[in-house]
Design a binder for this molecule. Structure first.
Ligand code: SF4
Length: 543
């Protein structure tokens, strides 16, 4: 098949897609692991490592201004598009999902008979060259960007995983975290499965490979009840792309179209980035099979009945891009409404409102509009700092957040400032930010957070600090947190205010990191469990 020039003949990337949800919401050094046809050895297996350090340790050190936010686990993308250069389209789809994972990236394609795979450590832009894309022929593809929450940051854990099962070769990409990983691993090992990595995603692939069934839908119906936790999957077989969302709907997964072709993606922004139009979310428990173009090309099946819906609130608060939509909600507008809710709860006297760029900008605009206060850019962010591979020397490292943010004295001088941010995890970033504002002349700094206190770990796909490092778990009084951060006052958006801003029923959300009550059993430490039991008995937690 001759590759079509991306975006030239096909209309990909042309025009502005209609966004259904916006209308309805007007309210490391790595090497190529397996390259070429699956099962064949490639000369590239011994490709010389790039001279970069993309180890997790490096990223955590370099992104030292980011650990105050939870980190997303992964992004998945898939499409069925005969006549298109599907590897190239997937590459750009992954580019739009880069915020969901920066450790590794991978693409698997199928030409109808054989699967082709390339995965590499690092950002999407580092993981693929033109030559790499040329080794990925076919008319259907899936892709993955990864941030490890289970499994270490090694090329072996990069996705998609390719496996041979009872129905032949398939590739699998996973966003989310299982909560029964150890049970599944022990059972698979007992049964003789060749488990090679520490990743829970590999376990799902082994289960799928070994499950009985004449079709992948039948296999998935046997596998899904065995999985506890969060999983949005993109699966590639030689002739189909399959999307799966766990029955709780914890992580997002959307369906889109461009021309006659079908796309699945973790977020609608990726669908629009490649010129497509978001159609709808994959429903909790649903299995989508795309095996052709056109209306009949996509078939929806029930993998499992939806149960105990538990969409991740942090997708709405911070993770997903503001130009994405989940559950027909524009995340930009949702975040503006979070700001407006915060304004009602936290009407502190102030001269200007600023947001911590970029994620808190919509909420800051919403707060300012609700209070008729001027919105200003008090902090300027260097958007490219996280993408350099030149490590800062000791002196530069000590500058901390200054490497990434600069405070605008001309805006802040003598002003009572309300700074809006979306979350505080450890408190290590916001404190130096507050100092930056004061050093730039702010007379007062008040901090409004568009989420409730983050007091419990996430077991469902986000990487956050251990409970002993969570500032809101260490310090029970908001005044004490304000004193540690160094602000004049502090307010966290209430859970009720947050839910009201999203405008969906409360019982459709996971609130685990705020309440300690998760939608399914989790492996909580004994100390945390005792502390939660005490809290629930005393009624002192976030409710
Ligand atoms: S615990 Fe928090 S971060 Fe984790 S899935 Fe639930 S709402 Fe999202």
């Amino acid at each position: 098949m001759a590759a079509v020039a991306f975006g030239v003949q096909s209309g990909w990337l042309k025009g502005r897609a209609t966004v259904p949800c916006a209308a309805s919401d007007n309210r490391k050094a790595g090497r190529s692991v397996r390259k070429g046809v699956v099962g064949e050895t490639s000369a590239d297996e011994t490709m010389a490592p790039l001279v970069v350090d993309s180890s997790r340790e490096f990223w955590e050190r370099w992104e030292d201004d980011e650990p105050d936010r939870p980190r997303e686990a992964c992004g998945v993308f898939g499409l069925y598009a005969p006549g298109e250069d599907v590897a190239r389209v997937t590459y750009f789809g992954l580019y739009a999902l880069q915020h969901r994972g920066q450790e590794s990236a991978g693409i698997a394609t199928s030409d109808g008979s054989a699967l082709h795979l390339h995965r590499q450590m690092g950002l999407v832009s580092q993981a693929f060259t033109e030559d790499d894309l040329a080794t990925l022929p076919g008319h259907l593809a899936i892709g993955h960007t990864r941030y490890s929450t289970t499994g270490s940051s090694r090329i072996e854990n990069a996705q998609p995983f390719v496996m041979t099962g009872t129905l032949g070769d398939f590739a699998l990409a996973h966003n989310g975290n299982l909560t029964n990983t150890e049970t599944l691993r022990a059972r698979l090992l007992r049964e003789g499965a060749p488990v090679e990595t520490s990743s829970d995603s590999e376990l799902i692939a082994h289960l799928l490979a070994r499950a009985s069934g004449a079709t992948y839908v039948e296999k998935l119906r046997r596998v899904m009840p065995q999985l506890q936790g969060a999983y949005s999957l993109a699966i590639l077989t030689p002739d189909a792309v399959i999307g799966v969302r766990d029955p709780h709907g914890i992580r997002p997964l959307a369906i889109g179209r461009v021309q006659d072709h079908w796309i699945i993606a973790s977020e609608t922004c990726a669908i629009e980035t490649v010129g497509g139009e978001a159609v709808r979310d994959v429903s909790p428990g649903e299995v989508i099979v795309i095996a052709n173009d056109g209306e009949d090309g996509l078939r929806a099946h029930t993998g499992m009945a939806p149960q105990n819906l538990a969409a991740c609130l942090f997708e709405y608060i911070y993770f997903a891009r503001p130009d994405s939509c989940i559950s027909d909600r524009s995340l930009y507008l949702v975040r503006q409404r979070m700001g407006a809710q915060l304004a009602a709860e936290f009407p502190v006297a102030a001269d200007i409102v600023i947001g911590v760029p970029d994620s808190a900008t919509p909420a800051a605009a919403g707060y300012a509009a609700a209070r008729s206060l001027p919105y200003a850019d008090g902090l300027i962010k260097n958007r490219y700092i996280g993408r350099t591979f030149i490590q800062p020397d000791q002196r530069l490292r000590q500058l901390g957040v200054k490497m990434k943010f600069n405070a605008l004295g001309a805006v802040l001088q003598g002003k009572r400032v309300v700074m809006i941010d979306d979350s505080v995890v450890r408190g290590t970033t916001v404190r130096p930010l507050v100092k930056l504002l004061r050093d730039a002349g702010a007379a007062e700094v008040h901090l409004g957070i568009t989420s409730p206190p983050f007091r419990w770990p996430c077991y469902l796909g986000l990487d956050v600090a251990g409970r002993d490092q969570l500032i809101a778990a260490r310090l029970s009084k908001v005044e004490d947190i304000a004193a540690e951060i160094g602000v004049d006052s502090l307010h966290y958006l209430s859970l009720d205010g947050l839910i009201a801003a999203i405008d969906l029923p409360r019982d459709t959300f996971c609130t685990g990191c705020f309440t300690g009550v998760y939608p399914m059993p989790v492996q909580m430490s004994q100390a945390d469990r005792q502390s939660l039991e005490r809290e629930l008995a005393a009624g002192t937690g976030v409710s």
